[in-house]
Design a protein around this ligand. Sequence first.
Ligand SMILES: [Zn+2]
Length: 197
Amino acid sequence: MIILIDNGHGIETICNGSPDGRLKEYKYAREIAAEVVKRLKTMDYNAQQLVTEEKDISLGTRCKRVNDICKHFGKTNVLVVSIHCNAAGSDGKWRDARGWQACVSLNASARSKQLASYLFDSAQAQGLKMRSPKPGQKWWPQNLAICRDTDCAAVLTESGFMDNKQDVEFLLSDKGREAIINLHVEGIIDYIKSVSK
Ligand SMILES: [Zn+2]
């Protein structure tokens, strides 16, 4: 399995962040993505970052990179997880919405939903506050290019709200970073084990 970790945004998306400026989405997601890849590689998994550039790479280019790898290795041998932080508003104010969620495209494959479910279970096991569109559903259907326009199992994770004070405190803490890294590593490994049975 080829594991592609996408870090969401580049440095040009600098406006996405917490109202107090302590958390920048592009930076946070990049740090998490790099560490997830590093740990998976240590365990001999074939993991790589989809975007190694600092600058913003368009969604079209990101999807093309994924699909080129799918063409070469077969789409069932590839997965992509795009790491983001959520926001309830865009006016620079603190909000109440909190929690972790896994998103798939509106036309998601069974594999994408399966990957989202393993990530969800793994996040729950880390003790995170979870968000579901309805009770018992572990994936959140959304119209997201990185999930919609890629051929393999594809999930976008929203790791907490960057405009919620409690979430930001948690995300920036050592414990929080570790939980976010671990849930991605463990959820991906659980998915790979389930499909290679
Ligand atoms: Zn984002």
